[in-house]
Write a protein of this length. Structure first.
Length: 94
């Protein structure tokens, strides 16, 4: 009986770790940071012809910085408010 309980507790711990690993905030934040870096670099290296097309507004730079800010917001939110591990159900006998 004790081996069964240990196996269940081990699986619950693995499940909680997997839930924290695949938190949607981590995925969204990571993607926005990566794409934000790419678009920001494209904005920094924009030519005069590219700026002329956008009425002298460096839209890639501003969009990239916005994406970076949003991605960092999600990652900071994840760090400040981590996912709580699921509470094990209590049986009536306990």
């Amino acid at each position: 009986m004790s081996d069964y309980r240990n196996d269940v507790e081990e699986l619950e711990a693995k499940s909680a770790t997997a839930a924290r690993l695949f938190d949607i905030r981590r995925i969204i934040g990571g993607l926005f940071v990566v794409y934000g870096i790419i678009v920001t670099i494209a904005g920094i290296t924009a030519s005069d012809a590219d700026l002329k097309k956008a009425q002298d507004i460096n839209i890639n730079l501003w969009t990239g910085l916005g994406m970076l800010a949003l991605g960092l917001f999600f990652l900071i939110w994840l760090k400040l408010r981590p996912t709580a591990p699921p509470t094990p159900p209590t049986s009536p006998a306990e």
